[in-house]
Design a protein around this ligand. Structure first.
Ligand code: HPA
Length: 307
């Protein structure tokens, strides 16, 4: 198969569910994904004079970082046209546009996940909006289970690559070339230079950084011990339920990505104890300060790279 060149017919969509943004089927009156993302971007721009260079998706427990942004404007997801609403515990559901040092950024306090019942397209809608806002880089953070033995509870791991086991891809269906190519490259999905910066800054801060491959499953159940043995065999070092759809959408629009996981627990079966979400949240809370310091160090360096 080779990528098709030239203009592509844009298929307009019809809302088939009451939930905002849940779309399939053709209709000529309802805006398509590109138009919806443009409307959401215009709405955000109407609320702040800042023009973010970097977008951040702040996963479990890390949302409070956005409370530290200066010149900040907080916009509940519910107010942004077509934006999905977060239902997960530990996800505040606000977009914060502000500054980290001198760098204008947009930070999502929480994301939406497939396991909440959202489609892959809905999960990546915020990334589509960031692309329309003209951001130049995306930083994605998450909580993950550690599969590699060194990835013990509380470690911060820079994602070097991923394995998509979620069974879905946000780009299925008609392709809108205004976002990107039908068949886009994922060879270096996680920007090499950003990874070096994150590892370097982490080590400078005495955090002791690692890199690893993230396997994404749909959740919401945690994995079985056998699934974790399987994931280790196929080359995964971390396991989680997010991030991969967003990376696919960001790369579709040519945006370079940095991904960082907080290892909130040893993956299933590694220790002789059951997993629970309270442990995940407690670890994320404990590591929050270190994670925020890392992001504060990394953001100005990435801003220099994308200038
Ligand atoms: N598995 C999947 N997702 C996770 C885990 C895990 O062990 N920890 C945090 N998110």
């Amino acid at each position: 198969m080779s990528p098709k060149k030239g203009p592509q017919k844009i298929v307009k969509k019809k809302i088939v569910s009451k939930r905002r943004g849940d779309v399939s089927e053709k209709d000529s009156t309802i805006p398509g994904e590109f138009e919806r993302a443009s409307l959401a971007a215009d709405f955000i721009f109407s609320r702040t004079p800042l023009r973010p260079q970097i977008a951040l998706v702040l996963g479990s427990g890390l949302g409070p970082f956005a409370d530290e942004f200066t010149s900040a404007m907080k916009i509940p997801y519910a107010e942004i046209p077509y934006f999905p609403r977060s239902t997960a515990i530990g996800h505040a559901g606000k977009l914060v546009v502000g500054k980290v040092g001198a760098v204008p950024v947009a930070g999502m306090q929480g994301r939406v996940h497939l396991y909440e019942g959202y489609s892959a397209k809905q999960v990546v809608f915020p990334i589509r909006v960031f692309a329309r806002m003209g951001v130049k880089a995306v930083i994605l953070t998450n909580a993950a289970g550690g599969i590699k033995r060194e990835f013990t509870q509380g470690r911060l791991v820079v994602i070097s690559d991923h394995i998509n086991l979620q069974g879905v891809n946000p780009l299925t269906g008609p392709n809108d070339e205004r976002f990107g190519l039908r068949f886009h490259d994922m060879t270096n999905a996680y920007d090499k230079r950003f990874r070096e910066i994150a590892v370097g800054e982490g080590n400078r801060l005495g955090i002791g950084m690692y890199e690893g491959v993230y396997a994404a499953l749909p959740g919401p159940s945690y994995e079985t011990s056998a699934e974790i043995r399987y994931l280790r065999t196929i080359g995964a070092d971390l396991v989680g339920m997010s991030t991969v759809p967003e990376v696919i959408a960001a790369r579709h629009s040519g945006l370079p990505v940095l991904g960082i996981s907080c290892v909130t627990n040893a993956a299933a079966g590694i220790l002789d104890q059951p997993l629970n979400h309270v442990e995940v949240l407690e670890t994320a809370e404990r590591v929050k300060g270190q994670f925020i310091n890392l992001l504060k160090a990394v953001i100005p360096r990435i801003a220099e790279e994308i200038r």
